[in-house]
Write a protein that binds this ligand. Sequence first.
Ligand SMILES: Nc1ncnc2c1ncn2[C@@H]1O[C@H](COP(=O)(O)OP(=O)(O)OP(=O)(O)O)[C@@H](O)[C@H]1O
Length: 348
Amino acid sequence: MLAIDVKDLRKQFNVQKNREGLSGALKDLFKREYTEVTAVKDISFQIPQGEICGYIGENGAGKSTTIKMLTGILVPTAGDLRVNGYVPYKDREKFVAEIGVVFGQRSQLWWDIGVIESFQLLRKVYRVSEADFRKRLNNLIERLDLGDLLNRPVRKLSLGQRMRCELVASLLHNPSILFLDEPTIGLDIIVKTEIREFLKDLNREEGTTILLTTHDLQDIEALCSRVIMLDDGRIIYDGGLEDLKNRWSKGREIHFEFSTQTKLATLQALTGDLDVTWKMDNDLTATMWLPHAINVSDALSKVVGGAAIQDIKIVETNTDEIVREIYRSGSASTESEQQAALKETTVS
Ligand SMILES: Nc1ncnc2c1ncn2[C@@H]1O[C@H](COP(=O)(O)OP(=O)(O)OP(=O)(O)O)[C@@H](O)[C@H]1O
């Protein structure tokens, strides 16, 4: 059985329009006007059990709306969805026992009571036996290093401490699917790394399926074998992150450090027959940009004979830049793929 199966899923909101000025406000009192916002536009995807899938997109792309439909909080306007075989908004009671949810911007813990008391309340909500609860809690406490925090009120916890508690709260009933909406937002790099490691172990040891939305692409790089990219409510990419990088990255940079002063003209002359671009940072350091079509070793061999190289560093295009570029263009198809598709439509 698939963990998540979504077909032509759509969500529209009716948003009330506010007319301008006093007369507008009076008119609104008697006759309200609405506009339709389509947050999710007929998307389809399937996630097998045990996968960690990243769900990314710019602000307002429709990520949270999708997660809310998948967790039964929102009812879709159209389309089919099944999570572990259940229709989330219909089979809510049975369904919630199988999923865990963490919304990074909202808490599921009670603010004024001790963390352990929140956990106890959740144990009752999910009807977990005391023995199972203790076993699972002890395991989670140890893995997330929460021992000292259990008796503190949630409002006294730091963001990183609270987020670790949120994760425990979402896993107390041993769900097979975990939905994480921005679980690392606002956290420092140490807590982010701890959370990523914890999620990786959870997935490996217990086979938990994870759907993760995030604006931090390092979460995706650290955790996800697959990424679904959303733009204005539509899926524009569904596949591996490496594949996306290979298709979109146009080239690499080689950073050179020289032991003697070197001139831009000298470097340009050395690589004159190659389609590379040079930039001098100062007299002793320069950067060469080369497209994928040119071998790094070919480019290096041209420079080695004519300049006193002290050190080099090869830098692949960074994922943030690639993804930013895709968001900007609104399509994950490369320029050549778009041109080929355009040719095909013109011919047919
Ligand atoms: N309850 C609602 N009523 C009206 N419009 C909504 C509602 N919830 C979301 N929207 C709209 O739907 C669109 C998608 O919003 P959504 O929160 O799903 O995006 P997102 O990708 O999660 O964005 P972010 O990264 O900023 O959290 C936006 O245009 C948003 O204004």
